[in-house]
Design a protein around this ligand. Structure first.
Ligand code: NAP
Ligand code: ZN
Length: 349
């Protein structure tokens, strides 16, 4: 089937309307009419080939929510009319240790929702800035939030799981003082989730304008990280730091804020490396520097259910598909509170 989408034909070109095709649903496939798709900074990195290797045309989008419009003969978990989501993963090998453990995000053959290998035309996957998508049932999530919140649920499919997974893995809870660095799409979800897990949350932002807003998201304290005196007051005080910043920066300034045995986990994925941290900042307090990538399918469902139970959604600014190029420029300036979401009905116009 031919549908409308928004994407780029080359790394140096703006996104534009495109016609793309989707396969007919196979036996285990779910066909989804996309209602909304969140705009992740990874979309911008990839559509501009900042991580190298982007295939064109590139249709980004891996924060997809919508309604099931058809299912294959062997699909048991989803039916026509269900509200569902698709995140960053649409396929994996299904039998390696990682897949068996429900950590498809670490499978060597994970297929991303866009820019991944597929036998479907044009030979690589095309994402959620589009009217419809067809996905193997294993990678389709149930949405239990009320339908009225659907647009604000979309960012949970990447920003939500990418922050939930490390907070769970490093066992963040009521006894923890947790730093969240960078208050964008990921960071604002990190604040909400760490707060809901019972942690004491300290938000770190470069934007003075987000000082009050970060408190409204659930931060107990807010530090403007450009202010050295404010930073110094937190030296050696945090158990865990979730660093979401999308650009290279001085990691030592944050490592110095960890207690003995504390960990800073990087989820931000800048196009060029951070300066290497000072080893004495690690060894003198047995600190760890770690990384984490999205999350597996079972944990993504757990996160969605946790958010539905706690009434957590993203704070969004809704845009039409034809506003996406402007939205990217504003995202680069940190000018979004806190996630753009495309109303995919606008693609029909
Ligand atoms: P975003 O909405 O643009 O937020 C990034 C935030 O980082 C900004 O709002 C800003 O917050 C802070 N920042 C400070 N200095 C910056 C600079 N020079 N350039 C850009 N940002 C700066 O991005 P996002 O969607 O949350 O994604 C954040 C990063 O995580 C991206 O690199 C993305 O590719 C990556 N990511 C990784 C995974 C994973 O699996 N690990 C998943 C999704 C996304 P303040 O204004 O508060 O300083
Ligand atoms: Zn993402």
């Amino acid at each position: 089937m031919t549908i409308k989408a928004y994407g780029a034909r080359a790394s140096n070109l703006a996104l534009e309307p495109l016609a793309i095709t989707r396969r007919a649903p196979g036996e285990h496939d779910v066909q989804i009419d996309i209602a909304y798709c969140g705009v992740c900074h990874s979309d911008l990195h990839q559509v501009r080939s900042e991580w190298a290797g982007t295939l064109y045309p590139c249709v980004p989008g891996h924060e997809i929510v919508g309604r099931v419009s058809a299912v294959g003969a062997h699909v048991s978990g989803h039916k026509v009319g269900d509200l569902v989501g698709v995140g960053c993963i649409v396929d994996s090998c299904k039998h390696c240790d990682e897949c068996e453990d429900g950590l498809e995000n670490y499978c060597d053959h994970m297929v991303g929702t866009y820019n991944g290998p597929t036998p479907d035309a044009p030979g690589h996957t095309l994402g959620g800035y589009s009217q419809q998508i067809v996905v193997h049932e294993r990678y389709v999530l149930r949405v239990r939030h009320p339908e009225t919140q659907l647009a604000s649920v979309a960012p949970l499919l990447c920003a939500g799981i990418t922050t939930y997974s490390p907070l769970r893995h490093w066992k963040v809870g009521p006894d923890h003082k947790v730093g969240v660095v960078g208050i964008g799409g990921l960071g604002h979800m990190g604040i909400k989730l760490a707060n809901a897990m019972g942690a004491h949350v300290v938000a770190f932002t470069t934007s003075e304008s987000k000082r009050e807003a970060a408190r409204a998201l659930g931060a107990h304290e807010v530090v403007v990280s450009r202010n050295a005196d404010e930073m110094a007051a937190y030296a050696g005080s945090l158990d865990f730091i979730l660093n979401t910043v999308a650009a290279p920066h001085d990691l030592d300034a944050f490592l110095a804020l960890l207690k003995r045995d504390g960990t800073m986990t990087l989820v931000g994925a800048p196009a060029t490396p951070h300066p290497s941290p000072e080893v004495f900042n690690l060894i003198t307090k047995r600190r760890s520097l770690a990384g984490s990538m999205i999350g597996g399918i079972p944990e993504t469902q757990e996160m969605l259910d946790f958010c539905a139970e706690h009434g957590i959604v993203a704070d969004i600014e809704m845009i039409r598909a034809d506003q996406i190029n402007e939205a990217y420029e504003r995202m680069l300036k940190g000018d979004v509170k806190y996630r753009y979401v495309i109303d995919c009905a606008s693609l029909a116009a």
